[in-house]
Write a protein that binds this ligand. Structure first.
Ligand code: FUB
Length: 380
């Protein structure tokens, strides 16, 4: 698939327009409130619910970018909370106008999902102006930390942190963004030795390409380096301070290399980093996974250190319905799970719904690629 506009890849065309009632009846897992989202009604032709590998976890609000964690045996999902705003779609994601976060929780995968109340609102974050994009969370001692990107008053994405004594909030934001933070999509991984690291970054609307000189350049490239034969822009990682509120070091670039040890190139859109970092550890190895953005894959590399380098290994998830693809991977109940999102309920990229499906490894530690559709070749 070639470089496509963020705005262009909405739901694929189907001949039949399903009724909202029929669509919603396909949801396997219940939420606390079964009211159908208004904007889900008939905007696009859609697939039959039976064609999707899994069904939306909740249907009373729109959610995306699910960061899942297991704390005290319970599963918590920290998603973006999509809303139907007025801004037209563009390549930089201006249509993702999210203003708050609501946390999902469940006792078991496949069981009822509770949608929590507003956990953090942009109006309660002193430095933030708009676009509360993909968050993540961490726990240390008896405190929960919500990490979130938002645009500041100058239009630059920064990453903030808010704390709570409850995993579902409400969270209280620090007055300033994390010093030295920029771009989007924080993912905080705590290693087996207790040290936490934040992975982050995203090109195009995520502004990573506008932060190359250590300072936000509002006039920088809209997309990437524009140098297809040079190493692609790297995601970033930084060790977190003991109090989890700051970086303990200047963020480092993460190398993603091919099987010959060469960095993936900017023109390699099927494999290079775009956004949606996630880190998990399996059998002592570090798995760095991410979205390829304009080619719509979730892919991963494996390394021996939380800093990388990570050797590209393949795809985790083929393209979902909708432009974006963003995920998390977590172990629960002796199995591994992929949380992801698509646009099944609305047919619109800006209004997504989170899902979960089992993730399986091969004996050599590679991940089995998942097709988000039951019928082969259903994705366009
Ligand atoms: O949800 C807004 C943005 O779209 C996220 O931050 C990206 O990862 C993509 O999903």
């Amino acid at each position: 698939m070639t470089k496509s506009l963020r705005a262009r890849r909405a739901a694929p065309l189907l001949t039949a327009l399903l009724s909202t009632a029929a669509l919603l009846s396909g949801c396997q897992q219940s939420a606390t409130n079964d009211a159908a989202p208004n904007a889900a009604a008939g905007k696009e032709a859609r697939r039959d619910a039976s064609e999707y590998l899994s069904q939306p976890l909740v249907k009373d609000i729109y959610t995306a970018d699910p960061s899942a964690h297991v704390w005290d045996g319970k599963i918590y999902v920290y998603p973006s909370h999509d809303i139907d705003g007025p801004t037209p779609e563009d390549d930089l994601g201006a249509h993702f106008e999210m203003r708050d976060y609501r946390i999902l929780s469940m006792d078991k995968i496949g069981g009822p999902v509770t949608v929590g109340p507003v956990a953090l609102d942009v109006k309660d974050v002193p430095w933030a102006d708009k676009q509360m994009w993909a968050p993540d969370a961490a726990k240390k001692g008896d405190t929960y930390y919500l990490y979130f990107p938002a645009k500041d008053k100058e239009g630059a994405f920064r990453i903030g942190v808010a704390t709570s004594k409850s995993p579902t909030g409400p969270f209280k934001a620090q007055p300033q963004p994390i010093k030295g933070s920029f771009s989007i999509d924080p993912a905080v991984f705590t290693d087996t030795d207790g040290q936490s690291y934040m992975y982050f970054g995203g090109i195009w609307g995520g502004q990573l390409q506008r932060n190359l000189g250590g300072k936000y350049d509002a006039n920088g490239s809209k997309t990437d380096l524009g140098q297809d034969d040079k190493p692609a822009i790297a995601p970033r990682v930084a060790k977190m301070s003991g109090d989890m509120l700051e970086f303990a070091e200047t963020p480092r670039e993460i190398q993603i290399v091919d099987d010959k040890g060469k960095p993936l190139l900017g023109g390699d859109h099927d494999r290079r980093f775009f956004e949606a970092s996630w880190m998990h550890k399996y059998k002592g190895k570090y798995y760095f996974s991410y979205s390829t953005g304009d080619t719509h894959y979730l892919v991963y590399g494996i390394g021996d250190s939380p800093y990388g380098p990570f050797t590209y290994k393949g795809r985790i998830l083929e393209p979902v319905e909708g432009w974006t693809t963003h995920h998390s991977i977590v172990e629960w109940g002796g199995k591994w799970w992929l949380f992801y999102a698509d646009s099944q309920l609305s047919g619109q990229t800006r209004l997504r719904n989170v899902k979960v499906t089992e993730l399986k490894y091969n004996p050599d530690g590679t991940i089995q690629t998942i097709n988000p559709f039951v019928k082969k070749g259903a994705a366009d």
